[in-house]
Design a protein around this ligand. Structure first.
Ligand code: SAH
Length: 249
């Protein structure tokens, strides 16, 4: 069922191979199969195999990459899970809302749900690569779940959204649009281009950045820009660069 949906579960820099195996099992229980491991500390490992039980195929097919950017380059929607909010507030979803968005968008495009390190979670830079953050509303006394337990809770919400959608097509939020959403790769090229132009027109100082690029990421992440809009903005930037050069002679 949800195997036809393009949903990747991404684990960043996981320390304990047991958590990788337990996450693979939770995924298969909930009908998901695409696991991506970013720079795992120990993989492959007999411990993961043991914890995966009958979800060995999920581990065997897991994609292993060096950076989070690489893992999500082809995605159009990226949701990062986090036990706590960070210094720069970011658009937040409940587990139910995240599942609904994931199921809706994964029918036509690749989406990713990201989990952080056991000891320190996702760092700010990684969290800022996400369109949304999702927080499981756990107890204030102890809000940080074990990695595989958090994966189970969020994969179960995805499962429930898939079942609801199958029973009652249309109940899960619809998302019609005339153009494909831009992929993370396209948007990253845009941010690089925009930053170069902002430096060139002396709006932005790389030595004194004052969160400018983080705020720009948050702005465009909220807009969920499509490929055509991205091309228009890239075209505008290119024309600005050409104009500056021609004015300089
Ligand atoms: N001490 C870390 C928690 C790491 S737990 C921190 O404070 O960030 C490992 C991972 O499990 C987290 O990075 C996150 O992806 C997920 N996780 C744990 N508890 C969560 C919660 N309450 N809501 C959402 N994700 C959670």
């Amino acid at each position: 069922m949800s195997n036809q949906l393009h949903i990747k579960i991404v684990l960043v820099n996981t320390s304990h191979p047991g958590n990788i195996g337990a996450t693979a099992r939770a995924m298969k229980n909930m009908g998901l199969s695409r696991l991506t491991l970013v720079n795992p500390v120990e993989f492959p490992s007999g411990v993961s195999v043991g914890r995966a039980a009958s979800a060995l195929n999920v581990l065997e097919q897991a994609e292993v990459v060096g950076t989070l950017s690489e893992a999500i380059a082809d995605c159009t929607l990226v949701i990062g899970s986090s036990a706590r909010s960070r210094s720069l507030p970011w658009p937040m979803l409940t587990p139910e809302q995240s599942a609904s968005k994931i199921v809706t968008e994964s029918k036509n495009a690749q989406v990713a749900l990201i989990f952080g390190r056991e000891d320190s979670g996702l760092n700010n830079e990684e969290l800022q690569l996400c369109h949304y953050h999702v927080q499981i509303p756990a107890s204030d006394q102890y809000s940080s779940l074990n990695l595989a337990a958090a994966a189970m809770v969020l994969c179960y919400e995805i499962r429930k959204a898939v079942l609801r959608d199958n029973e009652e097509p249309g109940r899960v939020e619809r998302d019609y649009w005339d153009q494909e959403k831009a992929s993370v790769r396209q948007v990253e090229y845009f941010y690089e281009h925009l930053e170069r132009v902002l430096v060139e027109i002396e709006f932005h100082d790389r030595d004194n950045p004052r969160q400018l690029m983080q705020r720009i990421r948050r702005l465009f992440g909220r807009v969920r820009i499509d490929s055509m809009e991205m091309n228009i903005l890239r075209g505008i930037l290119t024309n600005i660069e050409q104009k500056i050069r021609s004015l300089r002679g």
